[in-house]
Design a binder for this molecule. Structure first.
Ligand SMILES: *Cc1c(COP(=O)(O)O)cnc(C)c1O
Length: 305
């Protein structure tokens, strides 16, 4: 395969670091893998999900990328930024009909990166993975490479295998926020057998994702992972006072900004689990900071950072 034409000047995998959260939780070692430091927008797991998709686009000679997301989607804005960076056109198919005059900060950022936005009804959006729908879309955008919502394809999962080399085998638990499950599945396929993977799904009844993840995780890796969906704080994209207070307090203690949709809910969930005795004494946890900080723009006034 051709090597990618990726402009690596602005993508900084070398910035990734493991930060110790010293004495955060009693009798546990907790470290944070700072994938958020790669790039302000193409950050965290989004870069890993996009890298082989971009390589594919280059290899196929496509000049355009089409992908999907909701109005606050980190994946959409990361794709918009990456497309701009790599000199290709981008189209975002957005769930729900919106007043163009009242775009969410994420949608505005997508537009600013040059993404063409197409708003479709929630009903139409549900067909996003149907072959007939995708055929029509391909006819409309003949030069486009189509990436599913959340970068949830084989190239996305392949890229996420590359997160694992940043994780030492000394950890007993790897904690990861889950949206589509692409990142989590990649990690499950890469992790050592003794390591338990905990996926924090920030939506009500999110454990339905077990089916997809089962399909994506190779059978010999299928035993040692678990999804937790109780730490949703009201539902996907919702928040409450407890969560906001936790984010501010965590920032003051460790100078780490968390995003309210994914990583704050995961870290608060880990704290609650630890207080309930979930982790055996001496466990060594590696938590993945999967980025997504641009999403905090919609709750900026509540945050101390
Ligand atoms: C998109 C996103 C996730 C979810 O990733 P999936 O691979 O879709 O499960 C987790 N954390 C953050 C910060 C994200 O932006």
């Amino acid at each position: 395969m051709k090597t990618t034409c990726v402009n690596m000047d602005t993508i900084h995998e070398e910035n990734i670091q493991v930060q110790q959260l010293s004495s955060w939780l009693p009798n546990l070692t907790v470290d944070l893998l700072r994938l958020d430091l790669i790039h302000p927008i193409i950050s965290g797991n989004k870069w890993f999900k996009l890298k082989y998709n971009i390589q594919q686009i280059a290899a196929l000679g496509c000049t355009e990328v089409v992908t999907f997301g909701g109005p606050y989607s980190n994946h959409l804005v990361a794709t918009a930024a990456a497309a701009k960076e790599f000199g290709i056109q981008s189209v975002g198919i957005v769930r729900g009909e919106f007043d163009e005059a009242q775009l969410s900060p994420t949608m505005q950022a997508c537009k600013d990166f040059g993404m063409q936005l197409e708003f479709i009804s929630r009903t139409a959006y549900r067909q996003k993975n149907e072959p007939e729908f995708l055929e029509q879309l391909q006819l409309k955008y003949p030069k486009a490479f189509i990436i599913p919502e959340g970068g949830a394809n084989e190239w996305g999962r392949k890229g996420c295998l590359e997160i694992y080399p940043f994780i030492s085998e000394k950890y007993t638990h790897i904690c990861c926020a889950v949206g589509s499950g692409t990142t989590f599945a990649g990690l499950c396929n890469a992790a050592a057998e003794h390591q338990q993977l905990l996926g924090f799904v920030p939506m009500k009844q999110g454990r339905y994702l077990e089916n997809d993840i089962n399909n994506w995780v190779s059978s010999e890796r299928s035993k040692n992972w678990l999804l937790l969906d109780e730490f949703h704080f009201g539902g996907f994209g919702k928040y409450d006072q407890q969560l906001i207070a936790f984010m501010n307090q965590f920032y003051h203690q460790f100078q780490v900004p968390l995003d309210f949709v994914y990583t704050a809910k995961m870290m608060k969930g880990i704290q609650i689990l630890a207080e309930g005795g979930f982790f055996p004494q001496g466990s060594r946890l590696l938590c993945i900071h999967s980025g997504g900080l641009q999403g905090n723009n919609s709750i900026k006034s509540y945050l101390d950072f």
